[in-house]
Structure formats: structure tokens, C-alpha cells
Design a protein around this ligand. Sequence first.
Ligand SMILES: [Zn+2]
Ligand SMILES: [Zn+2]
Length: 95
Amino acid sequence: MSGGSCPDCGGSGEDRTLPGYVLRCGRCSGRGVDHLLGNAPAAPAEPPPVWEDRCWSDPRLAGISCRICLDQRYVANVRGGVLATLPCPACTPGD
Ligand SMILES: [Zn+2]
Ligand SMILES: [Zn+2]
């Protein structure tokens, strides 16, 4: 399986659907091959949630129990253009 030519552009890598314009084929990104056939790539990786960021595997941060406020018990928040500190919602019981 070598992928095969892109069915949209016939392998030219060009999108000629607009008269007078030669655009790059949106299906194959100009490569002329349909990568969706054969070896389909893995789903595009979405950025992980911030609390699963790789930085949390840093041993210097391993001792921090609350990743929201970094054990400060307060978080900074901008409200109406004013920087305010609020009790951390994760480790401060709401009242
Ligand atoms: Zn194409
Ligand atoms: Zn907290």
C-alpha cells in the first residue's frame, strides 16, 4: 500500500476549483497523495489539559498537592480588568 493518488486533485497537489487560481489541494496539502487511505495517521493530538501537562512530572513540582493554586490556597483572577485573589476553588470549601 503506497497510499495512492489524492482523489481530489488526481495527484497533482493542486486545487483548481476556482477559475484562474491554482491553490494547494486541501485534501492532500499539496502532496498529491491521499494519506487517508492505507496508513491512516493517528487522530490529531489535542493539547492535553493543563493539569496533565508534562511539567507536572517535574520532580520539583511533585510535592505540590493542589495544581490549581500551587498550595497557595489562593488563585489570581482577573475580573473587570482588576487582578484579584480568590480562595482556591479546589482546596477551599465553598461557603
Ligand atoms: Zn490532493
Ligand atoms: Zn488549591
